[in-house]
Design a protein around this ligand. Structure first.
Ligand code: NI
Length: 405
């Protein structure tokens, strides 16, 4: 091999990398501390305290108590040439799951667990804040780091936006990541356009007329009507949605009846709808109601329907996704590790930020089967490879330096 002098760019990149990699012990320490004290949405008190304490110690200006427990940190670069503002978003909340891992950093809050990796997201955002504060000469403009409550529901993004976190100074673009055990460590799932689905929900009560199991002619059988409804709802995706578009209608609950020889007077079902294409907004609500109303009418039954939208789809901006992708290629040093085929029908309230400003949400591969760290998200044994933490910081830092050149 011919030896060559490293070019100045790669020297600079490796300096950034070494400096970030040296943060690994702290990143692990923060992540594990957060993991030990998981808190549900809008109750992230200890979590917010820890974040605020660190930011305070590092001299980073920040506001607490936004949308109850949210925090926004502001770091101004000292390099001239841009006034732009880039936001980085991390969610902080945990889940009502009893942890089954036997690790020494396991949850100390009974029945609660960081089973989705938001402890890691918070640690990565803290590491990014720390690094950027030390290296303000490497970027211009402003970075806002948004620590968001309640991603797992009922949703903290919307109230934070309503509280003005994207204003004053106005955010030009936003990025965020999710540690992702569906991808192995050393990969990044990034794509332009739809990444995650819209989530809508419904509850439906079918109201029939009860009676004796041997005398059905005197009744309106809510079980029969509900069964027809469940079947017919599946025809919406099969026959009303363009097959090129992906969508799901799932009836997850169906409850009716009390005894084998009693015809039920009512049945209750609940379900969820997922889709990528924002043009479907309003479509499923209307179509589901039409199907239920038509079937109920034909059987003489009545119904009550509640339908609401939880989160819109996560749609990435082409240019910002390209920026994140190019940065991720540098960080993981192989284009093979970039996985654009990473769409999921899961939902995320990052979508509200992406509706408000252009941006990119991406998946950071964090599974490592060799270390038994490959359980799915929301599993009581979920855990991830902490080597992903500095990779996440590096992608954020380099995205900042590239966007705020
Ligand atoms: Ni999550």
């Amino acid at each position: 091999m011919v030896s060559t002098f490293p070019n100045p760019a790669s020297v600079d990149l490796s300096r950034v990398r070494l400096s970030i990699r040296s943060l690994q012990p702290q990143l692990v320490e923060w992540r594990r501390r957060l993991h030990q004290q998981p808190e549900l949405g809008f109750q992230e008190k200890l979590t917010a305290e820890l974040i605020s304490q660190k930011l305070q110690a590092w001299g980073i200006e920040h506001q607490t108590g936004i949308a109850q427990t949210g925090i926004v940190a502001t770091i101004k670069g000292t390099r001239l040439g841009t006034e732009k503002v880039l936001a980085i978003r991390a969610d902080m909340d945990a889940l009502p799951i009893q942890e089954l891992n036997e690790v020494d950093y396991r949850s100390q809050h009974d029945g609660l667990m960081h089973a989705c990796g938001h402890d890691g997201h918070t640690a990565i955002a803290l590491g990014t804040a720390y690094y950027l504060q030390q290296h303000r000469q490497d970027f211009g403009g402003t970075v806002k780091i948004i620590f968001q409550p309640a991603e797992e529901g009922p949703g903290g993004a919307k109230p934070m936006i309503e509280a003005g976190v994207l204003k004053n100074p106005d955010v030009d673009a936003i990025i965020g990541l999710h540690l992702w055990n569906n991808l192995p460590l050393g990969t990044v799932g990034v794509r332009s356009g739809a990444l995650m689905a819209a989530a809508e929900c419904f509850n439906c009560q079918i109201l029939g007329k009860g009676g004796h199991g041997a005398m059905p002619h005197q009744t309106i059988d809510a079980v029969l009507v509900a069964a027809q409804v469940v079947n017919a709802l599946q025809s919406i995706v099969a026959r009303n949605v363009n097959p090129i578009d992906a969508a799901v209608v799932t009836v997850g609950e169906l409850h009716a009846g009390t005894k084998r020889n009693v015809i039920a007077d009512s049945a209750r079902m609940s379900g969820t709808v997922r889709y990528f294409n924002p043009n479907f907004k309003g479509f499923f609500k209307q179509r589901i109601e039409q199907v239920i109303a038509g079937i109920c009418q034909s059987y003489g039954a009545k119904y009550e329907l509640e339908y609401w939208s939880l989160y819109p789809p996560v749609i990435n901006d082409g240019a910002i996704a390209q920026l994140v992708r190019s940065v991720a290629e540098e960080v993981i040093e192989t284009p093979i590790g970039i996985v654009p085929e990473c769409q999921t029908m899961g939902a995320e309230d990052m979508s509200f930020f992406l509706e408000a400003v252009p941006g990119c949400y991406f998946f950071l591969g964090s599974a490592n089967a060799a270390k038994d760290l490959a359980y799915p998200h929301h599993h009581p044994r979920f855990d991830f490879d902490e080597i992903a933490l500095p990779i996440g910081v590096e992608i954020f830092v380099r995205s900042v330096e590239k966007f705020l050149k």
